[in-house]
Ligand binder design. Structure first.
Ligand SMILES: Cc1cc2nc3c(=O)[nH]c(=O)nc-3n(C[C@H](O)[C@H](O)[C@H](O)COP(=O)(O)OP(=O)(O)OC[C@H]3O[C@@H](n4cnc5c(N)ncnc54)[C@H](O)[C@@H]3O)c2cc1C
Length: 419
């Protein structure tokens, strides 16, 4: 085989790129992790967001040794409550109205981690905490070389390798390039990979609140006419809010004085959490959809937001990237064990086949869900309520949705299987 500088080059050291590097090094590959951002800014200091980590994704964190530093700050989700409600009527008498769907973790079968003494449906984890935990593990991994402050400006394939051109006038040869360079992926454009892309007319207002009464580990999703409003439990009597609004309204809410903004939040959250205060500044995140139907090329794999950027309505974007990581670790690890070239077309074809259906169904499913739930058209509102009421009465249907939310469905890669 041709000699290369590294087995695998990863472009992009966001959450996906760093976890990808750890998973591939865990399989025994030498990895170069490249990112134009300087190392001092590695933990995204401006990112106060949290991420809902599905319970099957948490298994991968545990297997890669990055769960322990996150454990104390990760808030378990014991129950998910989905309510079809306007801000006015979503909560009644301190509780939810009759048109809600309940997903208690105790409903999950024991072999999937549920039951009375079962584990959580997922965890709310801070993005900064994840960035720091992943970075510490990357720096401690002998097989990973981090090249921060260096951008990849292009690459060419050659027999047995891909040559990466860096913006410091150097080149690197690798057997496989993994593009984790985010939703505006330059590599996707340079390689001419076909993508379905569209912007959403919504923005997500993201911030944390502190509250007087306990949340009991319940995550709420309120379907309001302008878009979903999520209340996600954090540690220390705090919740993370992801409030999707039409772009213009989102900007108008952001421009309000703090007391008026808070009162708009109180209208939506209702009285169940008692007195509220803001625990971080609200930030508006623009939302868009990108999906690459065929996420591979010659000695190239796309992963994470570079391959699929989806609406945050179901909190599944990074969880999809985690499945990419686990699937690539499996197919690449098997190639190594059988003496195959990790960048060979047959290896990449297996990855593409494994990821295509899951990604397409979740990406398009979340898009349809957002369109269906972000409106106040009477017949659709009625059908939503009827649908939620019906599913509430059917335990198998609820378990089906819970396993989807837990990323615990289909042919799971080894890093995500139950222990
Ligand atoms: C409001 C909101 C809420 C969300 N909530 C959830 C949730 O609850 N659960 C969930 O699973 N997901 C959630 N997501 C999605 C999740 O945040 C993303 O899927 C995840 O952060 C994507 O990480 P990434 O590493 O793929 O991309 P990015 O974070 O965009 O990282 C890309 C990296 O590539 C680098 N880069 C760019 N160009 C180059 C180049 N030429 N060479 C090398 N490197 C390059 C960049 O510097 C960057 O570091 C949410 C998203 C939003 C917007």
């Amino acid at each position: 085989m041709t000699e290369t500088d590294f087995d695998i080059g990863i472009a992009g050291a966001g959450l996906t790129g760093r976890l990808m590097a750890l998973a591939l090094a865990h399989e025994g590959f030498s990895v170069a992790l490249i990112d134009p951002r300087a190392s001092t800014s590695r933990p995204a200091q401006d990112d106060e967001r949290t991420t809902a980590i599905a319970f099957a994704s948490a298994r991968l964190f545990k297997r890669l040794g990055v769960w322990d530093p996150l454990d104390a700050g990760a808030c378990p989700i014991n129950d998910i409550l989905v309510t079809n409600g306007t801000p006015r009527d979503a909560f009644r008498d301190g509780g939810v109205d009759g048109q809600s769907l309940h997903f208690p973790s105790t409903l999950l079968p024991e072999e999937r981690g549920g039951g009375e003494d079962g584990t959580a449906l997922g965890y709310i984890v801070g993005n900064k905490a994840m960035a720091e935990a992943f970075e510490a593990a990357v720096q401690a991994a002998p097989l990973i070389t981090s090249l921060y402050g260096v951008g990849m400006i292009g690459s060419e394939t050659m027999p047995g390798a891909r040559q990466l051109r860096l913006d410091n006038d150097k080149t690197l040869s690798v057997r496989l390039l993994v593009a984790c360079d985010g939703k505006h992926s330059t590599i996707r454009r340079q390689e001419g990979l076909r993508a379905l892309s569209w912007p959403y007319a919504q923005k997500a207002l993201v911030f944390n609140i502190a509250h007087e009464k306990p949340h009991h580990g319940v995550a709420h999703e309120l379907f309001c006419p302008s878009g979903p409003f999520a209340i996600l439990p954090m540690t220390d009597n705090r919740c993370s809010i992801v409030w999707t609004e039409h772009k213009r309204s989102a900007d108008a809410y952001l421009a309000l004085p703090e007391n008026e903004f808070l009162s708009a939040v109180e209208d939506r959250v209702g009285p169940s959490l008692g007195q509220l205060s803001l625990a971080s500044d609200p930030v508006a995140w623009p939302l868009s959809f990108h999906y690459v139907p065929n996420p591979v090329g010659e000695r190239l794999v796309m992963a994470g937001d570079a391959a699929h950027t989806i609406h945050p309505i179901a909190g599944q974007g990074f969880n999809l990237g985690i499945k990419d990581i686990a699937a690539l670790a499996d197919v690449a690890g098997e190639a190594m064990r059988t003496g195959l070239d990790v960048g060979h077309g047959s290896t990449l074809e297996r990855y593409a086949k494994w990821r295509q259906f899951d990604t397409a169904s979740l990406a398009l499913g979340t898009d349809v869900m957002n369109r269906l739930f972000s409106n106040d058209i009477a017949p659709i509102r009625w059908a939503r309520s009827a649908g939620l009421g019906l599913v509430q009465k059917m335990d198998p249907a609820r378990i089906f949705f819970m396993r989807h939310a837990g990323a615990d469905v289909g042919d799971l890669p080894s890093l995500m299987r139950p222990f």
